[in-house]
Design a binder for this molecule. Structure first.
Ligand code: BES
Ligand code: MN
Ligand code: MN
Length: 456
């Protein structure tokens, strides 16, 4: 709509500068050193919500980092959209690989470089600015509630309780989230599923103390060697996961569904070139899009032990550790998979070592409907703003709270993400294209307009 475009172009620079201010706050949820910065960021989000037109906004303390809630109710007969996002970010290290400081946002080549630029401050902030656009032009057709949390990157462990305790406050008709990616600006898409997660930590202990690797080496199990062998055995020659029962509940898609998934534009060469790999890797019998979209995986996220300092130290270490995560698909369950992993990992340990398996956070996979009013409104919004129908895709990432929106609040979600897979989220030099930021602010008001119209 013309009024929206006019308002957006008159306020473009300010919108961008306000996002840069938010990106300057190092709201790293995983690291307690940043606790005050996380709290400061929550305050900044609250101020921004009020400035954008929310009649009420508050900081809701939790056992961990606070949740920011805000609302603008315009019409009791209109549907209510609950916008979810997160203001916390992943740690920025390794710092030396950043071209500019992770919390000193810089625009280079039309891209905003900063931790959180895409995941999720940049995308969450599009909703705040879209609200301002609709509010200031008096065109807001839906009631809007915001729930912006500060613990998404550490598993949202306190948000479930918040949902349970605030069912009335959070009453809505749909959850709208921008925290996923689309294929490209030329091929807009909507993710219609997210994978679940089971995250484990393992500790392998050999001898009771570090040993001289010459005096004892070859005669006593080296826990690092043993751990590597155990980890290697978790995939077979076809890269299937070997944990008994792991695939039992995995939903197999029909040939037609798989065909539809593979119709999405995807250039394997471009993918490889971008990552500087000469070949891809994965489960035999599946394409790359299937491997990330509809198949479960197991990856080591970190492994340590022994001597890693300067120079060489001949040591046979006492302990070795690894963090191992599994991405899950419908209808796998994270607790069940964690238990299967634990049982299997303990069973494959040779008598020469002891293993301890500790589960970390988990989350359930979700599939979002494509035949709902909300999906149709999102699709029409993208059609209007991009001039193209969005392609439905399956995302490989996880947002564990989405499954709880349905379970606790009975609400479905629409994932209207504007990020790109190569935005380097969780990685050095995270970026978000300025055009994506503006395009999101342009597109989201159409969602509210069409959703209100279609709900009548
Ligand atoms: N926004 C991401 C998830 C995501 C990214 C979904 C790209 C789809 C496409 C989210 O912030 C995230 O990183 N989630 C974590 C899980 C969490 C429990 C730490 C993840 O997927 O690793
Ligand atoms: Mn995110
Ligand atoms: Mn993330």
């Amino acid at each position: 709509m013309q009024v929206w475009n006019d308002y957006l172009s008159e306020n473009k620079d300010r919108f961008l500068n306000e996002l840069l201010d938010l990106l300057r706050i190092p709201s790293v949820s995983a690291d307690s050193h940043y606790k005050n910065d996380v709290a400061r960021c929550a305050e900044a989000v609250k101020d921004n919500l009020l400035k954008a037109g929310c009649t009420q906004a508050e900081i809701c303390p939790t056992a961990g980092h606070p949740i920011v809630y805000g609302e603008l109710m315009v019409n009791p007969n209109a549907p209510t959209v609950l916008v979810y996002g997160h203001y916390d970010v992943q740690p920025a290290d390794p710092l030396e690989l950043w071209k500019s400081g992770p919390f000193e946002p810089e625009i280079r080549d039309g891209k905003i470089y900063a931790r959180g630029a895409c995941d999720d401050k940049g995308q969450m902030f599009m909703h705040v600015k879209a609200l301002e656009v609709m509010h200031k032009t008096q065109t807001l057709a839906c009631n809007v509630k915001f729930m912006i949390e500060g613990e998404e990157e550490v598993g949202s462990s306190n948000l479930g309780i918040f949902l349970e305790n605030n069912k009335e406050k959070l009453k809505a008709d749909i959850v709208l989230v921008s925290d996923t990616s689309m294929i490209s600006m030329e091929h807009p898409s909507i993710e219609t599923g997210l994978r679940g997660l089971a995250y484990m930590e393992v500790e392998v202990t050999g001898p009771n103390r570090d040993l001289h690797s010459g005096v004892y080496g070859g005669a006593v199990a080296n826990p690092i060697n043993t751990l590597c062998k155990m980890i290697a055995s978790l995939h077979d020659a076809d890269n299937h996961i070997t944990i008994p029962g792991f695939y039992d509940k995995v939903q197999n898609l029909t040939d037609a569904e798989r065909q539809a998934l593979n119709n999405a534009p995807f250039d394997l060469k471009e993918y490889q070139d971008d990552l500087k790999v000469n070949d891809v890797w994965g489960e035999k019998g599946y394409t790359t899009l299937e491997r990330t979209g509809i198949r479960p995986t197991l990856d080591v996220n970190g492994i340590w032990g022994g001597y890693t300092g300067e120079g060489a130290k001949t040591v046979l270490p006492s302990k070795a550790f690894a963090k191992i995560s599994m991405r899950l698909v419908p209808h796998q369950n994270s607790d069940e998979i964690a238990a299967l992993f634990q049982k299997h990992f303990e069973s494959i340990a040779p008598a020469s070592v002891q293993v301890k398996v500790t589960p970390h956070h988990g989350g359930e996979p979700v599939v979002t409907p494509t035949d709902s009013i909300a999906y149709k409104a999102a699709s029409k919004a993208i059609q209007t703003a991009f001039g193209k129908d969005p392609i439905p895709t399956r995302g490989g990432g996880s947002i564990p709270i989405i499954a709880l929106f349905e379970k606790v609040l009975g609400l479905k979600t629409v994932l209207m993400g504007f990020g790109l897979d190569n935005d380097n989220i969780h990685s050095p030099n995270e970026k978000y294209d300025v055009v994506n930021f503006y395009k999101g602010i342009e597109t989201l008001p159409y969602f509210h307009k069409y959703y209100a119209e279609m709900s009548r």
